[in-house]
Ligand binder design. Structure first.
Ligand SMILES: [Zn+2]
Length: 395
């Protein structure tokens, strides 16, 4: 009985985060006394702590939290421009983080080795004595979540010959769960909008990547291959693509296409910021170009909206600084082409830039905590520690 209630309490704290004793009793359908007794035992063992959340003018009761002694989780998010690294507790409290700017020439292996060193430094600096039990890694390439194998062409060049999952597992000495960076950013954008449970995130860069969040969870496919919008053909006889297909969206709205189109309108050597300035000054050719890109992206998303009917479409990346004129063109294309039921209530918004805040780290920790197999493993491991501490004579 005692072993059951502590394990159910810890499972609930991992899944839903810190909670008051009364909330735990309600959620687990057990008496308040049973929860208090179990929490007291867990407090004695050092696996949980109680913390008071400060709130202006309000006296709040202590919330039950998992301590670093229960185990630490790490998250490493690799993007084109930076590597974001954090450590936290299993109930999702971020303890420490660091951002490393990325050298564009650096290989994936080099970046992961530096990230692993930073994870160890953060654990040491936090001084809590917790042990790293699992890490969530997100990489900016197509990689098989199960094996860690990197697949794909030119975009994956910096990862060739490297298995990011295996490398980090060996370096950190703990299991690593693999995710795609854009899918993780989609979850971060959803966390920025607590009122929304499903969302489509599109990131415009060298390619066009997409992340889907349904019911607050990433919908990424069994191997994490779902969301490669950039390789959806918009013209079966069109421009050749690095994927060996033809007419892929990225060949029409990716960075190379955009720069070529901007130079055709504004002259050689011009870039994306020049387009934004020209649009603000009302330059007709630039306004038209921005509208064309918005329409192409909106049209490419018609099928996505007809299939999923998301409440929110979030656009991030190189064209999002253009703001409303660009978003309007996306909206118009969707309204013109998609079915009314799929898009009538759709919100089309700019990304919040969640990667610059702690939200992306929260999303990294949340991915791990949402994984039922991760929860089962860490609970069983930590409750062994609990039993050893509580009943040392038994072990
Ligand atoms: Zn392609």
């Amino acid at each position: 009985m005692l072993a059951t209630t502590p394990s159910r309490i810890t499972a609930s704290l991992i899944q839903d985060g810190p909670a008051h004793r009364a909330d735990l009793a309600r959620k687990l359908s057990v008496s308040r006394t049973a929860v208090t007794n179990a929490v007291d035992l867990l407090l004695d063992s050092g696996l949980v702590v109680t913390l008071r959340r400060s709130a202006e003018g309000a006296v709040l009761k202590d919330r039950v939290c998992l301590s670093p002694q229960f185990g630490l989780i790490g998250t490493v998010i690799v993007d084109f421009t930076e590597t974001i690294i954090g450590i936290g507790t299993l109930d999702g409290r971020l303890l420490a983080s660091r951002v490393l700017p990325a050298d564009p020439q650096a290989r994936g292996e080099e970046r992961l080795r530096r990230a692993a060193t930073v994870v160890r430094e953060l654990i040491e600096e936090s001084g809590d004595g917790g042990e790293l039990v699992h890490t969530q890694l997100a990489v900016n390439t197509q990689a098989d979540r199960r094996t860690g194998e990197v697949l794909g062409g030119i975009a994956s060049a910096s990862w060739s010959g490297t298995n990011p999952k295996v490398l980090l597992e060996e370096d950190l000495g703990c299991p690593v769960r693999l995710e795609n960076t854009v899918r993780l950013l989609a979850l971060a954008e959803q966390l920025e909008r607590p009122e929304v449970s499903d969302l489509v995130y599109v990131q415009l860069s060298y390619g066009v990547a997409m992340g889907l969040v349904v019911d607050g969870r990433i919908l990424g496919g069994s191997r994490r291959g779902a969301g490669e919008l950039g390789h959806t053909s918009i013209d079966l006889e069109g421009r050749p693509c690095s994927c060996a297909g033809r007419g892929c969206l990225m060949q029409y709205v990716g960075r190379s296409a955009l720069i070529a189109d901007i130079e055709a309108v504004l002259g050689a050597g011009t870039d994306v910021p020049d387009l934004f300035s020209a649009v603000q000054e009302g330059h007709a050719g630039s306004v038209e170009l921005l509208g064309t890109y918005g329409r192409r992206i909106g049209e490419a998303l018609v099928a996505v909206c007809n299939l999923l009917e998301p409440t929110t479409l979030v656009i991030g990346g190189m064209l999002s600084p253009a703001g409303e004129p660009f978003l309007d063109a996306v909206r118009r294309a969707l309204t013109d082409r998609a079915l009314p039921l799929a898009v009538d209530d759709l919100r089309v918004e700019n990304a919040t830039g969640s990667r610059r805040s702690a939200t992306v780290l929260d999303a990294g920790l949340l991915c791990l905590r949402q994984d039922a197999s991760v929860r089962a493993t860490v609970i069983s491991r930590s409750l062994d520690t609990f039993r050893t501490r509580r009943f040392p004579q038994v072990s």
